[in-house]
Design a protein around this ligand. Structure first.
Ligand SMILES: [Zn+2]
Length: 587
């Protein structure tokens, strides 16, 4: 302590500060209580502690400041490995990141004419200036530092060195308070938002042309009464840039699939909630959840249910795919996480389910799940109960569907098909209180012994698991028919997208599966939540729609929607009706 009384805390006291975790999905400096500390370049920096997991939410919130939209870029970054220092300072870092407003720190407002551009003089306001970083630099000094604390890696210390978007004279240098910026883009955020970028990307992925994207965008801007922010200024160049990114992105990040997956994981750490490389006896295990999927899980999973759709593509893909789904208000299934693993789905579920539950709780501690629907009794029921503290229900529709399909394929007599199906159902359900499962199965095998094709299939695919299934039905409530249509329609969409013959060469590569899921397949759900589909139907006469009917038809095919009545049908209803009638046949 120094000789005088001071209310200003010293850096040593930072661990006594409260950890602030505002309940909103994104938050800015205004949502946080700041404390001034001694020292710092301006004679006292503002500091605050937040959970490290929420740093992105803070950067996003801080970038959409209404008075001064900006985009904070990483000016410098340093990392240390754990255990590298023996006596860390209290504010010592594991990761150090300096974020700077993209309108600074250099100032080129007055020197634009000296850039050697012969075309004409660029006014100080930036109006008519060229695209590129340099012309945007307006001397803004706003910047902050984020330290992931060495002694507390779950915490981030934010040190706000300069909170105002001002130049070195102290005057506002962009945004609505800057008189020179009026009427120019320097009033607005410098880049389009991540949300719009994702939207454009998904439109490109589902095959909508540049012209139609711009046309659609202009209609949307007109609808809300002209441009208000940077997003409204979406240009053909913005779209072309995104198009180029898509064209230059390949699933193959390394010639060796394993290395390629590792590189992907390295580059997309934000979207990976669990990763374990195959080594020795350890199986390969990768859990993927994009930001958007996390949002859907927060939104539709809260007080709702999650369904697992497991072991998709076990014959074609290198490792099968499992998906967790939530249902929106119209009961459509939305994938909120993907798990690719070389082991059986139940075997290692304790590893990734815990991480997923923790991830969601970090975002919103009040988030609660009502029910978890498993489609395999070996899923790891107690793990789910522990992680989510909710009911677990069992789905058996796909078992019966598989039996029906094979009965239709392998037995030619309709009466026999019906009898066998009844008998199988009886084994599954009636043996709850009836005879021993294996006795009932034995009887079934004897009665229909001449149906050898079906029996071969049944013995190899189901016989070893019958006791487990019946046990599952005995101990868990069975899911009613409602969600089946949605799950089935998700299953069909996966099949349509992944198992096109032209992709056959890639099926054995995990990097291809990851890439397809997180780009093209992911995109199918983006426009859908944007309710773009609905708006296309309601504005049937728009020129946009007339000109791109062919594209919309292709798009609908991807959604598994029949096109014959287009556009007089409401898409989502039809999807549901088709799948409902389909699954009713299986019941
Ligand atoms: Zn700024």
């Amino acid at each position: 302590m120094k000789g005088h009384e001071s209310k200003m805390p010293r850096m040593e006291d930072i661990l006594n500060l409260p950890v602030q975790d505002p309940p909103c999905t994104e938050f800015s400096a205004a949502d946080i209580k700041w404390v001034k500390v001694e020292g710092g370049r301006q004679g006292g920096d503002d500091i605050a502690l937040i959970p490290f997991a929420r740093v992105d939410d803070f950067v996003k919130g801080e970038s959409s400041n209404a008075e001064c939209p900006a985009s904070f870029r990483i000016e410098s970054r340093r990392k240390r490995s754990e255990g590298s220092i023996s006596k860390p300072r209290v504010d010592g870092y594991l990761e150090y990141t300096l974020y700077w407003c993209s309108y600074g720190p250099e100032d080129y407002r007055d020197s634009e004419s000296g850039l050697g551009d012969v075309s004409n003089f660029k006014p100080a306001t930036g109006k008519g200036s060229r695209p590129g970083r340099r012309h945007m630099m307006r001397g803004c000094l706003c910047h902050f530092t984020v330290k992931r604390l060495y002694t507390r890696p779950l915490l981030a210390l934010i040190i706000y060195n300069q909170r105002k978007h001002v130049d070195k004279t102290g005057a506002p240098c962009h945004g609505i308070l800057d008189q020179d910026a009026v009427g120019t883009r320097a009033m607005y955020a410098p880049r389009i938002s991540e949300e719009l970028r994702q939207k454009v990307m998904s439109m490109l992925y589902v095959g909508i042309s540049l012209d139609n994207i711009i046309q659609h965008h202009m209609e949307v801007v007109q609808e809300h009464g002209g441009p208000h922010n940077r997003d409204d200024f979406l240009t053909r160049n913005d779209v072309r840039n995104i198009e180029r990114v898509i064209r230059n992105t390949s699933h193959e990040l390394h010639i060796d699939d394993e290395c390629s997956v590792k590189v992907w994981v390295q580059r997309h750490q934000k979207h990976v909630f669990y990763f374990q490389d195959a080594s020795g006896s350890e199986p390969f295990l990768l859990g993927i959840q994009t930001d958007w999927q996390l949002q859907q899980m927060l939104h539709y999973g809260h007080n709702g249910s999650i369904t697992s759709h497991s072991t998709f593509g076990s014959k074609k893909l290198k490792y099968p795919l499992s998906t967790l789904l939530v249902f929106d208000s119209s009961q459509n299934a939305i994938p909120i996480a993907w798990v690719i693993t070389s082991s059986l789905i139940g075997q290692d579920s304790h590893k990734w389910i815990g991480s997923l539950a923790e991830r969601i709780r970090t975002k919103d501690p009040r988030w609660r799940l009502n029910a978890f629907l498993v489609d395999d009794p070996s899923f790891g029921i107690s793990v789910v109960r522990d992680a989510f503290q909710c009911r677990v229900l069992l789905c058996v529709w796909h078992v019966r569907r598989s039996w029906i399909r094979n009965l239709l394929k392998k037995c030619c007599n309709i009466d026999v098909q019906r009898e066998m199906f009844k008998h199988l159902g009886w084994i599954l359900y009636s043996s709850r209180s009836g005879p021993n499962v294996m006795d009932a199965v034995e009887e079934f095998l004897e009665i229909f012994v001449d149906q050898s094709a079906f029996m071969d299939y049944f013995k190899s695919r189901w016989l070893p698991y019958m006791e487990m299934w019946v046990g599952g039905i005995r101990s868990l409530p069975v899911v009613g028919p409602e969600p089946h249509a949605a799950i089935e329609s998700y299953h069909l969409r996966l099949k349509y997208k992944l198992f096109k013959e032209q992709h056959a060469n890639f099926w054995p590569r995990i990097d291809w599966l990851i890439h397809s899921l997180t780009t093209e397949f992911h995109s199918l759900y983006w426009p859908y939540t944007y309710q773009m589909l609905m708006s296309y139907w309601t504005s049937r006469t728009s020129s946009w729609q007339r000109s791109s009917r062919k594209q919309i038809e292709t798009w609908l095919m991807q959604f598994g929607i029949l096109v014959q009545n287009f556009p007089s049908v409401i898409a989502t209803c039809q999807v549901r009706e088709i799948s409902v009638s389909m699954s009713l046949r299986w019941l």
